[in-house]
Design a protein around this ligand. Structure first.
Ligand SMILES: [Fe+2]
Length: 385
């Protein structure tokens, strides 16, 4: 995160005696994603976070790769992923490489039986459908349609959904997923040219300390396996915390588009960055206002990266028919561009209501078996007219 936040009770000095009303010490923990080299928080537990009672057998959730190498424009119908009761079982990796996994999920039930901790990846959960609360020791983050939930690795969480109709577009990032450096000044503040600012960022609220003993199941993901751990105390037992490391939310509806007289390139839509990939938001906006401008994008040959678009809502200007939840993957190495007719059609239009999330990975994506189940096999021919 880019700014300091604190909640609950913390001692005046770090690493000093901080006691409960009965005189016992609270347990301090430093949480971070890059050791002691970058952002971190200090959290204060009612009980040490180390009281393991039982270990279960790990189970494998690694994606099964169907196409390791390919050079074909590919489309997936994301809403054809079947809803499943359980949150973790509902998560289906579809496009993956060593930097990130792109995952679709349609969970029906709230997480009540267990907590989840991703120890190998930061998570970005884009809420396409549904609403609810992301609960963690840091507090509650309410979410609804259009929110990006940003969860740093190591965060133990539970999601409570308001209904059974949920559609999530998830990125697991094996490097810290952060606000692009180009938007930040040396002090870490979002600059004037950034398409969003601190006021748009929501932080956890309503910290409630769960001082409870019992059997608390935490499913911990590491290296493609999930390890069931039973801890003896409730993981949300923070009495307070402070720092820069915590889950947060940004709504795509608060992303302010940057427009110009002529077509603006994709970097103006950039929203987040990880190692070897970027995330961009395409949001409703006024079109280019040069009298001879062509609002539709030019053909481009993205030699350096694959390009993934996830369609959320509205009509997409460069394609004739897209459906909600559809993914297109344009692999690096061959050009792609507007479909026939869409360039002429875009001329004179004043605005677009398109809403989409784009991910550009700089290393090729592999296609999983789950992806093949929802593939539109004829997509590569869709420029024939
Ligand atoms: Fe493109």
């Amino acid at each position: 995160m880019s700014f300091y936040h604190k909640a609950g009770k913390i001692p005046h000095k770090r690493h000093t005696q901080f006691r409960k009303p009965d005189g016992e010490l609270y347990a301090e923990e430093l949480v971070s994603t890059e050791g002691f080299s970058s952002v971190y928080s200090l959290v204060y537990h009612t009980h040490p976070p180390t009281i393991v009672k039982k270990l279960g057998e790990p189970f494998d959730v690694q994606p099964r790769i169907a196409r390791e190498k390919h050079l074909k424009h590919t489309s997936l119908l994301g809403f054809n992923i079947s809803p499943e009761d359980d949150y973790l079982q509902s998560r289906k990796p579809v496009l993956v490489n060593d930097d990130l996994h792109i995952v679709l999920a349609a969970p029906k039930k709230s997480m009540t039986e267990y907590f989840f901790k991703n120890s190998q990846a930061d998570e970005m959960i884009f809420i396409h459908k549904g609403s609810g609360v992301l609960k963690s020791g840091f507090g509650d983050l309410k979410f609804s349609y259009g929110d990006y939930l940003m969860i740093p690795r190591g965060t133990i969480y539970q999601i409570s959904f308001d209904s059974e109709d949920n559609r999530l577009f998830i990125v697991e990032s094996f490097s810290p997923l952060r606000i692009p450096k180009k938007y930040l000044n040396p002090a870490g503040q979002l600059m004037e040219h950034s398409p969003y600012c601190e006021r748009d960022i929501r932080v956890p609220e309503n910290l409630q300390t769960k001082d409870e003993y019992g059997d608390f199941k935490i499913l911990i993901k590491k290296q493609g396996l999930i390890y069931p751990y039973i801890y003896g105390t409730h993981p949300f037992d923070y009495i307070g915390w402070d720092g820069y490391h915590y889950p947060w939310a940004l709504s795509i509806h608060d992303f302010e588009p940057i427009t110009g007289r002529l077509h603006q390139p994709p970097p103006v839509h950039q929203t987040f960055e990880g190692h070897n990939f970027v995330v961009c938001s395409f949001v409703p906006r006024k079109f280019d206002y040069h009298p001879l401008s062509i609002p539709a994008p030019y053909n481009h040959s993205n030699i350096d990266s694959d390009e993934v678009l996830y369609y959320v809502d509205g009509d997409f200007m460069s394609r004739k028919s897209v459906v909600k939840g559809q993914i297109t993957l344009h692999p690096g190495g061959i050009p792609h561009g507007p479909q026939p007719g869409t360039v002429e059609k875009s001329i004179g239009k004043e605005a677009t209501d398109e809403l989409a999330v784009m991910i550009d990975p700089f290393r090729p994506l592999k296609i999983t078996e789950e992806a093949l189940k929802i593939e539109d096999e004829n997509y590569f021919k869709s420029w024939q007219g």
